[in-house]
Design a protein. Structure first.
Length: 52
């Protein structure tokens, strides 16, 4: 069983402005060499990642 993980630079849809932007992960946790996106991280349009 695998669990989907959002990583730095993965694209996400922004409900705030309607665009598609990369995630800017800021934590120290990584997966396959990329920073993992966490609740509270931002997107390139400055929206905040929230829990699903």
């Amino acid at each position: 069983m695998s669990i989907a993980t959002a990583l730095d630079a993965h694209l996400t849809n922004c409900s705030k402005c309607g665009g598609t932007y990369p995630i800017i992960a800021t934590g120290t946790r990584t997966h396959n060499g990329f920073k993992a996106a966490l609740i509270g991280d931002k997107t390139a349009c400055s929206a905040t990642i929230i829990g699903a």
